[in-house]
Design a protein around this ligand. Structure first.
Ligand SMILES: [Zn+2]
Length: 327
């Protein structure tokens, strides 16, 4: 797959010079037809760096597990908020409390970073930044009560969004973009759905949009070194047209990691958004690294099982999509 992909659009020169028929006197005025406005002009599509995104993945993992209440959770929140404050036009945090198992008080924070907040046409990109408090699928039973490193399940989606934030800082897209990092996605015991998706539920229920996004894209588990993203079925049902645009963009750019096949229906942060009327696609590779899923929710969810190429495939497709959106 291509290491770098930079697409430049060039405009046809619209200006023409009208001159008199062989008579230099008097000079005819130079006629310049209406120039396209800035908003009409396609923007050069910046190059998404998988290696920079991978460094963001490793940085998050370096804080340790980021499950609510942990030291890593607090440190990573500071890091993400300060990174985004240096890149976005506006950043705000949405703090809320949820009661967990054994009456545990969970102090949770969604982070929202906006680019071009004045633009009416907006796209929302999101990922969960928390990690699971227990490695309940780990083959070693002594590990099952330990929190996971969450390199793929947590850090990967955020890493792609941080690199996109960097690109948007230096090359603003023509549309407005909101990045939302959800907390509390992965808290619940397996099967206890009400205790999952805490941040996205809170966000969907409590956020007042001045402009609803045209659509949203959720990234979850997009760092697997053996990346194969199938079409998640809730996404197809709620946002089939956006799924088609994403897959045709991936095909056009040659990213084979987007497989043109039906995947499973997965309960994830896109459901509260879709139920609130925001058309949202979930990009997720639920087979980590393959159908055995042996790294998922285990202590083996580490950077060594992820790759910069996978992050780059997802990031490049999203970047292309963002920068070809019309205002
Ligand atoms: Zn998970």
């Amino acid at each position: 797959m291509p290491k770098f992909r930079i697409l430049f659009f060039s405009f046809l020169a619209f200006s023409s010079i009208l001159t008199g028929c062989g008579n230099p006197q008097p000079k005819e005025p130079i006629v310049v037809p209406d120039r396209p406005t800035v908003a009409d002009q396609p923007t050069a599509i910046p190059s998404f760096s998988g290696s920079r995104a991978f460094a963001d993945l490793e940085r998050q993992v370096s804080f340790g597990s980021r499950n609510p209440g942990s030291a890593g959770h607090a440190q990573c929140l500071n890091y993400l908020a300060s990174e985004l404050r240096s890149l976005a036009d506006t950043v705000w945090t949405q703090d809320f409390v949820s009661i967990g198992y054994g009456h545990e008080t969970l102090r949770l924070t969604n982070i929202v970073a906006s680019f071009r907040p004045e633009e009416k046409g907006r796209i929302l990109l999101c990922a969960h930044w928390d990690t699971r408090p227990r490695a309940d699928n780990d083959p070693t039973s002594a590990n099952q009560s330990k929190p996971i490193p969450g390199a793929n399940d947590g850090a990967s989606g955020v890493a792609v969004l941080l690199e996109i934030a960097r690109l948007m800082h230096s090359t603003p897209p023509r549309v407005g973009v909101d990045l939302v990092l959800f907390d509390g996605e992965d808290y619940g015991y397996e099967g206890d759905t009400p205790r999952y998706l805490l941040g996205s539920r809170y966000f969907a229920a409590n956020t007042k949009f001045q402009q609803s996004p045209r659509f949203a894209i959720l990234l979850d588990m997009v760092g697997d070194a053996n990346l194969e993203i199938l079409k998640e079925q809730h996404s197809v049902r709620y946002a089939g047209d956006i799924v088609n645009i994403i897959w045709s963009t991936a095909k056009q750019l040659g990213y084979y990691q987007f497989v043109d096949a039906a995947g499973e229906s997965i309960t994830d942060d896109h459901l509260p958004l879709n139920e609130a009327g925001i058309k949202t696609v979930d990009l997720i590779d639920f087979d980590y690294p393959d159908h055995t899923n042996r790294y998922w929710h285990t202590l083996d969810d580490v950077p060594a099982h992820c790759s910069s190429e996978s992050l780059e495939a997802v990031g490049a497709v999203l970047t292309h999509l963002l920068y070809t959106q019309k205002p």
